[in-house]
Design a protein around this ligand. Sequence first.
Ligand code: NAP
Length: 463
Amino acid sequence: MSEVGTEKNPLRVAIIGSGPAGFYTVSNFLKHTDVHVEMDMFDRLPTPFGLVRAGVAPDHQKYKTVTRAYNKSAEQENFRFYGNVEYGSDINLDDLKQHYHQIIFCTGAPGDRNLNVPGEDLQGSHSATDFVAWYNGHPDYVDYQFNLQAESAAIVGLGNVAIDVARILLKTDNELKSTDMADHALAALRQSKIKTVYVLGRRGPAQAAYTPPEIKEMGELEDADVSVPSAEAAIDPASRAEMDQNGDKNVAKNVAAIEDFAARTSTGKSKELVIRFLVSPTELVGDKNGHVSGIKILKNEAYAAEDGSVKARATDIEETIPVGLVFRSVGYRGAPLPEIPFNESWGTINNESGRIVDNGTVVTGLYTAGWIKRGPTGVIGTNKTCAQETVNMMVEDLKAGKILSPVSSAIEDAKTLVDSRVENVFSYAEWNKLDEIETSRGAAQGRPRVKFTKVSDMLAELQ
Ligand code: NAP
């Protein structure tokens, strides 16, 4: 048999997960024109694109245009998509080792982090990521219920997810109806009684994790005013020193946006966003029915820590904000995968520059990229360089002969195995058809698409 990675004996790569990291793995391999590679991508859903479909806010369509590049990769003859196939149940590691020289896990971070405060499991307390998946029509979240009959909601955390959730709660039907938000969410939000949304940050305006365009947009909503208590908008001395030292333009823009909001007075819009800084939740308070009725917070004070960062410590000033809905938005979290070494504290696969490592030893043939490799940080494009690093390792290992020895690397044999395990495997051609149906249903309503939100409906549509 000729050398692996040649025309006669291509490198066979299995990519688990079809989000940005999975697709950037494909495009990075395509740049290595000296390596003949045949790539099979697996996703547990019939639809590709991971968080680009189920995480990016529906009113931020511009971020979804990255899928054009993913489609270009998918058009290549050396790419196949096996949708509706789950790693760990439909196929396992041994199956993949029988058919591929290299396996890369790009499964993202489907879970979320807890606040670890009493009352977190009351009704009406949710992860922001569940709400995001619900309004984006992720099939696993279609039946979730959120108490949108409450008059006020609190979101804990100051990242872009918190801002997305606040914006979706505060936008009017007019602002949402032209998006590709799932129909069930549009209908529920149309009936929403939420008037006040609190976003609660444990540190100050100079440490917020959101990005300037996202925070600025909150001051431009059709029917929601924005306010910030002026004392909390003020920059404390430790933060001022940090800003002077770092000269970070994004921090300066974030701080300026908050100063602008703090100086505003109500214009009589029917809803309000209240952004609070230097407050930490200590308890979710429940009513007699076990439903959230408030969130207890402690005021914090900022201080310069020994490592040079600005941290927050609690004071004894307590307050309870009455709310009927709470979202924790303190970060996504990776989930362990069967037979893959996992770091529980980080929520990531153990790896060195993308090579999977078990007890300090590199595991031949196993790799990772994206959030499950490095944690849930960065924008979509960050996954490009992340996948590039891993693909470089994969090519280096191929050249060093450090690859798996599959029983059969024939494309057809892998396909036969998958077809024997899953009745309705979804190909990219089938996804393209579904995409066309979704977009034409959307065009009829002046929307980018009307999504299918149930796997059974997706499969039935193409039968
Ligand atoms: P994130 O950016 O990591 O923000 C998490 C926030 O939670 C931070 O403000 C953090 O505060 C806070 N936090 C953590 N633990 C806390 C605790 N125990 N109590 C109170 N607050 C706590 O996470 P994310 O918002 O989930 O976003 C994930 C990634 O996706 C980010 O890189 C984000 O930029 C990206 N994203 C981008 C967009 C966009 O570009 N429009 C949209 C959505 C998501 P500290 O700083 O004090 O730790």
